[in-house]
Design a protein around this ligand. Sequence first.
Ligand SMILES: CC(C)(COP(=O)(O)OP(=O)(O)OC[C@H]1O[C@@H](n2cnc3c(N)ncnc32)[C@H](O)[C@@H]1OP(=O)(O)O)[C@@H](O)C(=O)NCCC(=O)NCCS
Length: 179
Amino acid sequence: MNDRSLAHEELQTVRLSLRRPTEADIDAIFAIHNDPGTCLHNPSDALTERVEAQVLHQRWNDHWQRWGYGYWVVRRRDSPLQLGFCGLKTMELNGMRVLNLFYRFATSTWGHGLASEAATEVVTWASQRLPDLPLIARVRPDNIASQRVAIRTGLTRAEHLDETGYDGFDWIFATNLPG
Ligand SMILES: CC(C)(COP(=O)(O)OP(=O)(O)OC[C@H]1O[C@@H](n2cnc3c(N)ncnc32)[C@H](O)[C@@H]1OP(=O)(O)O)[C@@H](O)C(=O)NCCC(=O)NCCS
């Protein structure tokens, strides 16, 4: 499905606003991915130079251009400060086209239910707008917080899809798998 009419550049929850990233978010992309705490379980995602954040933003933007959705920047509704990122990337898993759920938040924001709130909104959006696609999260087995977020959004363990990813073995959580 390559439907530009899907483009939904802003979502809102009780506390949060999710918006399509712009170049003005590159500094936040860098700051959040340059913090060793946020990439502890996925070191391949860590950034050491700002230019890498420019490249990453370009990649995120290309996904938006191609598919009409992607990763959103998460802020509180009443603040311009970027708290983190949450969204969907189209990918292949086990020969199936799937939506991969992503979330990464600044360490200073952790523990207040913000990732769960944003990710739940994204999963709800996908179930309404892309109902034919399975949705998964790939989580490192020792990343308990990420597993808790996946479960809170309604995903369940799909052991049969577990596979080795960029940073080692990933546990797969999923919803809307083909029957
Ligand atoms: C994963 C992440 C987004 C969670 O953000 P958050 O806003 O703190 O998450 P929430 O506050 O919504 O908490 C969700 C659950 O995780 C639990 N949790 C949060 N941090 C935890 C920790 N360090 N250890 C164990 N559980 C933790 C919370 O208690 C909550 O559990 P509950 O559902 O039983 O109440 C955040 O830790 C992060 O950005 N990590 C780095 C990036 C990352 O690993 N992304 C996932 C890649 S697969």
